[in-house]
Design a protein around this ligand. Structure first.
Ligand code: MF3
Ligand code: CO
Ligand code: CO
Length: 264
């Protein structure tokens, strides 16, 4: 633990996170061929729940602060924390973020990807690509010698140059034996701000990027975050560990579908 209450992990902890992270990725990898027009977000919840349990893990969202389901499913203008429902049927042209967090042997793997349902138009494709690139740029800046604020600064700069906006109300987080710990990883901000990044830190980077403006509101269910202007929102998330020279991505896809969109 350093002065900012940020836990510094050891090599054994990296081994444990590799396992939790790769299970998380395996579930997201399997979703690529499962998601299609006509299925419900509850179908996705059940698919993930079964796969998590089968692999001797626990779905972290279920009953977390009273969240009622095993994954978050956020469709179109839903920014994050969408609650799976059998009433929400996916249709051609939709986008959906599925956010999977597993607990394996006591360790959390947290990752999300935005998928296309059928065919999407070029504007939406550009939102998805930019959001994924924001995640990669954030990861590039997550290394010893940099500050936590450098991550958000680099993401905001890239997103706004493409005329998209960065959601302010939700951020990445420290992770490990607990789901959400310090530090908060903002996806916007100023260069050189915040604590120094050092080896052994585990955290997520999970930018939410909107086509319209960044304002969001929470629906009456107490969870679902939507864009105020109803514009589309996308998100990609990885869990990473800081190493001596850079970082290790614990939640990397095993079949190259970190960005699960077929581009021609
Ligand atoms: N997985 C989300 C994150 O990236 C948190 C979901 S909390 C829940 O931090 F309760 F909605 F599941
Ligand atoms: Co997270
Ligand atoms: Co998540």
């Amino acid at each position: 633990m350093n002065t900012e209450n940020i836990y510094i992990h050891n090599v054994n902890d990296f081994v444990a996170m590799r396992k939790a992270g790769s299970l998380t990725a395996k579930i997201l990898d399997a979703l690529k061929n499962f998601i299609e027009p006509g299925i419900s977000t509850e179908d996705i919840n059940e698919f993930c729940h079964r796969m998590i349990i089968k692999n001797d893990a626990v779905p972290a969202p279920l009953n977390y602060k009273n969240f009622p389901k095993s994954v978050c499913t956020s469709v179109n203008h839903v920014v994050c924390h969408g609650i799976p429902s059998e009433k929400k049927i996916l249709k051609n042209g939709d986008i959906i973020n599925v956010d999977v967090t597993v607990i394996l042997d006591g360790w959390h793997g947290d990752s999300s990807r935005t998928f296309a349902v059928g065919n999407i138009n070029n504007k939406i494709l550009s939102l998805l690509k930019t959001t994924y690139e924001c995640l990669l740029i954030g990861i590039e800046n997550a290394k010893p010698g940099k500050k936590i604020g450098d991550i958000g600064y680099s993401i905001q700069k890239y997103a706004e140059a493409k005329n998209f906006s960065v959601v302010r109300d939700f951020c990445g987080h420290g992770i490990g034996k607990k789901f959400h710990t310090p530090p908060s990883i903002l996806h916007y901000g100023s260069i050189g701000e915040g604590v120094e990044i050092v080896p052994g830190m585990f955290f997520t980077i999970e930018p939410m990027i909107n086509i319209g403006n960044w304002q969001v509101k929470i629906l009456n269910d107490g969870w679902t975050a939507v864009t105020k202007d109803k514009s589309l929102s996308a998100q990609y998330e990885h869990t990473i560990g800081i190493t001596e020279n850079g970082n290790e991505i614990f939640t990397l896809s095993q079949n190259n579908s970190d960005f699960p969109i077929n581009t021609i």
